[in-house]
Ligand binder design. Structure first.
Ligand code: GDP
Length: 413
């Protein structure tokens, strides 16, 4: 049996960014792709060059309408970024893309906090059991207030906010963050360069006070944290919970959805994006950490694990016409899809051919020979597949159901 340590799937993150329109989803995506080396050109929303906005209608309207998936790499992990539309009119598409995510970043405006659309997308994500971390953006704006945004997360989203960073400086003077998990400072220079150092003396008292608030919050929610907290409450270095335990507990609480880690920054000013990518890797689940996908075969329910050796089952979540041809974006849930394979549309029982498999990067498409369980790729070849189609092994047909669907989880903070 495969162990998590030896399985390359542990280093995959299938991730979406959820936000109210204008909260900064496009800018955050853009900065992440830039830092993670997927693009060499820093796109700006206002000049219409952002790399996830494939469609001209989208560029014209300045809102992210159509989902696309882009791969990038960070800290030896592959991050597949599935662009989820933020506009409320397109909630079908939001829902469709939520089906293929293992985790998400919820972006909030640091001035407005939780807005109505953020609430509706948040509930959908609850329904699909998508673990989330929160990024409070635009801390450089006049009136931005992390604590007020955190309070709105607690009040309107009914989640225990686990504040893992504090801003250094306010509004125009916002220059960096205090990392409360590793007790250090991250300060960005005007050119975007990042300097990591100790917590400055003048901020130490507040940092330790807020570290304690975080420790108390996790101790209430997690047995390991509680045990350590009770045993070492009076620790001389100020920590009642070690950094390693705290990080592990934050990961657990993110994955169970009992709490939401809150980070902050300013995407526009390139502040806070590196630690956000670190948090994606540290806290959000890999395809192996989520429940097996369910499907139906001959009237019977079956489960399929994220195992490359199992029969193929893949779900199409978007089809788009591009210069490369008709691209069918899909997530492979189990098995392996190879270039040249004939696969079955589980709904219509029609055969479809996989002519090419592409890993879509921001600035180019890379052709690959195969896609394995956990992967998100675009394929060329299928003619009739559309969003919602299951493509599967002809000798083991399986019609996928929406994965991870659960009743809304309401946890009381
Ligand atoms: P989306 O609609 O959620 O994709 O949001 P965009 O990324 O398009 O951002 C909406 C507007 O807010 C744009 O004009 C951005 O330049 C601006 N914006 C995004 N992030 C920040 C930020 O961190 N600070 C400030 N001041 N403006 C931002």
């Amino acid at each position: 049996m495969r162990t998590h340590l030896s399985n390359p799937l542990t280093s995959v993150r299938n991730l979406g960014i959820l936000a109210h329109v204008d909260a900064g989803k496009t800018t955050v995506t853009e900065r992440m792709l830039y830092l993670a080396g997927a693009t060499h050109k820093r796109g700006e929303v206002h000049d219409g060059t952002t790399v996830t906005d494939f469609d001209s209608q989208e560029r014209d309207r300045g809102i992210t309408i159509f989902a696309a998936a882009v791969s990038c790499a960070w800290d030896d992990h592959r991050i597949n970024l599935i662009d989820t539309p933020g506009h409320v009119d397109f909630s079908d598409e939001v829902e469709r893309s939520l089906r293929v995510l293992d985790g998400a970043i919820a972006v909030f405006d640091g001035v407005a906090g939780v807005e109505p659309q953020s609430e509706s997308v948040w509930r959908l994500a609850d329904r699909y059991g998508v673990p989330r971390i929160a990024f409070v953006n635009k801390l450089d704006r006049a009136g931005a207030d992390l604590d007020a945004a955190v309070e709105s997360i607690r009040r309107r989203l009914h989640k225990a906010p686990l504040v893992a960073q504090l801003p250094i400086g306010r509004e125009d003077g916002f220059s960096g963050v205090l990392d409360l998990v590793r007790m250090r400072s991250l300060v960005w220079a005007a050119d975007g360069g990042l300097r990591v150092g100790p917590v400055p003396d003048d901020l130490a008292a507040e940092a330790w006070r807020r570290r304690r608030v975080l420790e108390e919050a996790v101790a209430e929610l997690h047995a390991d944290a509680l045990e350590e907290f009770c045993a070492t409450r009076e620790a001389p270095d100020g920590r009642a919970i070690s950094d390693a335990t705290l990080a592990a507990v934050l990961r657990d609480l993110t994955r169970t959805g009992e709490g939401v880690v809150v980070l902050c920054g300013s995407a526009y000013r390139n502040r806070g994006i590196e630690p956000l990518l670190d948090a994606v890797v540290a806290y959000l689940p890999s395809p192996l950490d989520v429940p097996p996908v369910r499907g139906e075969r001959d009237g019977e329910e079956q489960e399929r694990a994220a195992d490359p050796a199992a029969p193929l089952a893949a779900l199409v979540f978007k089809v788009s016409s591009t210069a490369t041809g008709r691209l069918t974006y899909l997530r492979v849930y189990s098995g392996t899809m190879r270039k040249g394979d004939t696969v079955l549309d589980a709904g219509t029982r029609r055969a479809e051919r996989v002519a090419r498999i592409l890993r879509v990067r921001a600035d180019r498409h890379t052709e690959v020979d195969r896609a394995v369980a956990g992967d998100i790729v675009a394929v060329v070849g299928p003619k009739a597949a559309r969003a919602g189609t299951t493509l599967c092994a002809p000798d083991a047909p399986l019609l996928l159901e929406p994965p991870n669907v659960a009743e809304p989880v309401v946890s009381v903070a």
